[in-house]
Design a binder for this molecule. Structure first.
Ligand SMILES: Cc1ncc(C[n+]2csc(CCOP(=O)(O)OP(=O)(O)O)c2C)c(N)n1
Length: 650
C-alpha cells in the first residue's frame, strides 16, 4: 500500500472497532494498520492524561491476537496487574473514554467491572492473575462449561511468589488454561533475579535466534540503549548456554510451553494462541515484546520505558509538569546522608527502585540495595534476616503494597523486635490510580502490631528528622509514612511536648486539633478560621502516631474538645487510637475523628477526593466550629456531641 493510501485510511479503522468482533474480521493488512492506529491513539490520549503508555504500547499485537483467537467475554481474558489493559479497553468499546482516562468520573486506569463485561477482575496489585485463572478454570471444569481462560502476565509480575504458588496448582489441576508471558525484560527497570535469568534461558529455544535478531535490528535504531541492551541479552544467553533445557522446568511441572514467539508478530502470536487454545491443558505462551514499542522516547527511556508518566509532550517525550521537590526526593537524599555514616544501613525495594527513590542509595552505595522483585512479603522477611545479621534495613515500598506483607511485618519482624524501618511512600489518598492504590490502611493495619512505631512527617524537615529517629531505633520496627506529590512547605513548631510538636496555640484553650502528617498546614488554616469565631485552637502534630504519645493524652485533657484529622481509614486510625488511650487514662474530653471512611473511593485527583471526604480546611473549620459552639450551648448539660458533620461514624 502506498504512503498516500496508508495515510488516507490512517485512523479510520480504529473508529470502526466497537467490539472484539470487529477485529476478528479484519485482514492481515488491515490489522497492521490498526495496530499503528492504536499506537497513535494511545500516545495521543495518554500524553494528555498521563498513564501506563509504555506497557500498553508493548501489548498491542498480543491483545489484538487474544481478541481474535478467543471470544471475550465468554472466554475470560485476565491481565495481571491490569496496567496494560488499555488496548483491551480500546477493543471493547471504550475508546471514547480515553479523553478522561484516570480522571474523576472517567475511565479507570485498570480493569473495571463497572466499565465493561469484558473486565472480570479489578486488579492493580501484581501477580494475582494466575490464581484467579486457576480458580476460574476449576470452576468452569466443575460446572461443565466450555470457556477458555487466558491470563497475561509480565516477566516482572512473574517475580511475585503468588504466580509460583498458582503455577504449582495450575499444573496439578491440569485444566485448560492459557498463560501468556509478556516478556519485555522489564518491570519498571530491567527485571532482575533468578527468574529473569531463567526467562532469558527460555529464549534458548531455536526460535530465539530469530527473535534476538529482530530485537537487535530494532534496537540498532535506538542509539542510546540499543547496543548495550543487545549485549546484555546476548551475554545472558551465552552465560547460561549450558543450562538445563529451558522449557523443561514448566514441562516437568506439567505445563506445556510454546515459544518464544515474537510478541509484535501478530500472525505468530495468533498461531501460538490457537495452538494453546486447542491443547486441552495448561499452556504457557512465551511472547517476547518491547516496552514502549513504536514510540521512540518510550523505547529510549532508560529509567522505565515510560512505564507510567504524567502528561507529556508527544514530540519530545518531555513531561509537561514542571519538576518539583517531592517527598520521595527528600527521603532519598536523607537516606543517602544517613547511609554515608551508617554502614549498617541497607535498602530494599520490591521492583520499584526509582519510584521509591531508593535507587539513589544504590547509585551512591552499590551493593547496599537489594531489589527483590515484586515480592513484598519476601522483602519483609528478607529484611528480618538482614536485621538478624546485624544490619538496619530500610524497606521502601508504596503504602498500598505493604498490606501484602502484614503477617511478615507482624511475626517475622515485630515479634523478633527487629530493627527494620519501613518507608511508605504514596501513603494516604493518592489519586488517579484509584481505590486499590490508596495508601489509607497502613496506620490502622499496622497500628495493631505490638512494638511497631509509626511516624507521619508533615514536611521535609520533619521527614528528615523522623527518618533519622526511625533508623536510630534498635529494638523493633518503625514505619515512616508520607503522601504522594510535592513536599509540603516547612512548618516549624512553636514548641515540643515529648515527641509532640505544637504548631500553634492561643490564650484560649478550647480545641486540640491533632493534625496527622501532611495535614499540619490544614490545621493552621483551620485554627485561623475557628479563631475568627472566638475560639482558641491548639494545633499539634504528634509526629509519632503509634504508640499514642502519653503527652498527647495529657494535652487532650487540657482542652474542651479534641479533633483528629488524618488521611487514613478512621477504623483503627489515629483518632480511634487516641480515643482509646484517653478512655484508658479516664480523660473525658469529647473527641471527633475526621478521616477516610473504610470504603472504596473512586479515582480522581488527591485534592478532589479529599474534598469529597470533607477533608479541606474549610470543611474541617466548619465542623470544628459547629461542635465547639454546640458544646458551649450545652455547657450546663452532660457532655454529649450532636450527630452530623463529616466526622459521623459509619
Ligand atoms: C504488589 C505490587 N507491587 C508493586 C507494584 C507496582 N508495579 C506496577 S507494574 C510493575 C512492573 C510490572 O512489570 P511487568 O509485569 O513485567 O509488566 P510490564 O509493565 O513490564 O508490562 C510494578 C512493580 C504492583 N502493581 N503490585
Amino acid at each position: 500500500m502506498s504512503v498516500e493510501e496508508d495515510t488516507a485510511i490512517h485512523g479510520r479503522l480504529l473508529g470502526t472497532v466497537r467490539g472484539p468482533q470487529d477485529v476478528k474480521r479484519m485482514t492481515a493488512e488491515q490489522l497492521d494498520i490498526l495496530a499503528a492506529e492504536i499506537r497513535d491513539f494511545l500516545i495521543a490520549k495518554v500524553s494528555r492524561t498521563g498513564g501506563h503508555v509504555g506497557p500498553n504500547l508493548g501489548v498491542v499485537e498480543l491483545t489484538l491476537a487474544m481478541h481474535r483467537v478467543f471470544d471475550s467475554p465468554r472466554d475470560r481474558l485476565l491481565f495481571d496487574t491490569g496496567h496494560q489493559a488499555y488496548v483491551h479497553k480500546i477493543l471493547t468499546g471504550r475508546q471514547d473514554g480515553f479523553d478522561r482516562l484516570r480522571q474523576r468520573g472517567g475511565l479507570s486506569g485498570y480493569p473495571s467491572q463497572a466499565e465493561s463485561e469484558h473486565d472480570l477482575v479489578e486488579n492493580s496489585h501484581a501477580s494475582t492473575a494466575l490464581s484467579y485463572a486457576d480458580g476460574l478454570a476449576k470452576a468452569y471444569a466443575l460446572r461443565g462449561e466450555q470457556r477458555s481462560v487466558v491470563a497475561v502476565v509480565g516477566d516482572g509480575a512473574l517475580t511475585g511468589g503468588m504466580c509460583w504458588e498458582a503455577l504449582n496448582n495450575i499444573a496439578t489441576a491440569g485444566n485448560s488454561l492459557v498463560i501468556v508471558v509478556n516478556d519485555n525484560g522489564r518491570s519498571y527497570s530491567p527485571t532482575i533475579g533468578g527468574l529473569a535469568d531463567h526467562l532469558s534461558s527460555l529464549r534458548l529455544n531455536p526460535g530465539y535466534e530469530k527473535i534476538l535478531d529482530t530485537v537487535k535490528d530494532a534496537l540498532g535504531s535506538t542509539p542510546l540503549v540499543g547496543r548495550p541492551m543487545y549485549e546484555v541479552l546476548h551475554a545472558v544467553k551465552k552465560g547460561i548456554k549450558d543450562a538445563v533445557a529451558p522449557q523443561a522446568m514448566f514441562e516437568d511441572l506439567g505445563i506445556k510451553y510454546v515459544g518464544p514467539v515474537d510478541g509484535h508478530d501478530l500472525e505468530a502470536v495468533e498461531s501460538a494462541l490457537r495452538a494453546a487454545k486447542n491443547f486441552g491443558g495448561p499452556v504457557i505462551v512465551h511472547a517476547v515484546t518491547r516496552k514502549g514499542y513504536g514510540y521512540r522516547p518510550a523505547e529510549e527511556d532508560e529509567a522505565d520505558c515510560f512505564h507510567g508518566p504524567g502528561a507529556f509532550d508527544v514530540e519530545t517525550g518531555k513531561l509537561v509538569a514542571a519538576p518539583s521537590v517531592k517527598w520521595t526526593h527528600v527521603f532519598a537524599d536523607e537516606l543517602v546522608a544517613i547511609a554515608d555514616s551508617r554502614p549498617d544501613v541497607v535498602g530494599i525495594t520490591a521492583a520499584m527502585a526509582e519510584p521509591t527513590g531508593i535507587a539513589k542509595l544504590a547509585r551512591k552505595h552499590p551493593g547496599r540495595v537489594y531489589d527483590v522483585g515484586i515480592a513484598e512479603q519476601h522483602a519483609v522477611t528478607s529484611a528480618a534476616g538482614l536485621a538478624l545479621g546485624g544490619l538496619h534495613p530500610v524497606v521502601a515500598v508504596y503504602a498500598t503494597f505493604l498490606n501484602r506483607a502484614f503477617d511478615q511485618v507482624l511475626l517475622d519482624v515485630a515479634m523478633h523486635k527487629l530493627p527494620v524501618t519501613f518507608v511508605l511512600d504514596r501513603a494516604g489518598i493518592t489519586g488517579p490510580d484509584g481505590p486499590s492504590h490508596y495508601g489509607m490502611w497502613d496506620m490502622s493495619v499496622f497500628g495493631v502490631v505490638p512494638g511497631l512505631r509509626i511516624a507521619a512527617p508533615r514536611d521535609a524537615a520533619s521527614l528528615r528528622e523522623e527518618l533519622r529517629e526511625a533508623v536510630a531505633v534498635d529494638d523493633g520496627p518503625t514505619i515512616v509514612r508520607f503522601p504522594t506529590g510535592t513536599v509540603a512547605a516547612d512548618l516549624p513548631a512553636v514548641r515540643r511536648v515529648g515527641p509532640v510538636d505544637v504548631l500553634t496555640e492561643s490564650a484560649r484553650v478550647d480545641v486540640l486539633l491533632v493534625a496527622v502528617g501532611s495535614f499540619g498546614q490544614l490545621g493552621m488554616e483551620v485554627a485561623a478560621r475557628v479563631a475568627e469565631q472566638g475560639y482558641g485552637v491548639t494545633v499539634v502534630d504528634p509526629r509519632w502516631v503509634r504508640p499514642v504519645p502519653a503527652e498527647l493524652v495529657e494535652l487532650a485533657a487540657a482542652h474542651r474538645l479534641v479533633v483528629t484529622v488524618e488521611d487514613g481509614v478512621r477504623v483503627g486510625g489515629v483518632g480511634d487510637a487516641l480515643a482509646q488511650a484517653m478512655r484508658d487514662a479516664d480523660v473525658r474530653v469529647p473527641l471527633r475523628d475526621l478521616g477516610v471512611p473504610a470504603d472504596w473511593h473512586p479515582h480522581g485527583t488527591r485534592a478532589q477526593i479529599l474534598a469529597d471526604l470533607g477533608l479541606t480546611a474549610q470543611d474541617v473549620a466548619r465542623d470544628v466550629t459547629g461542635w465547639i459552639s454546640r458544646l458551649d450551648a450545652q455547657q450546663d448539660e452532660p457532655v454529649s456531641l450532636p450527630a452530623g458533620g463529616s466526622g459521623a461514624h459509619n
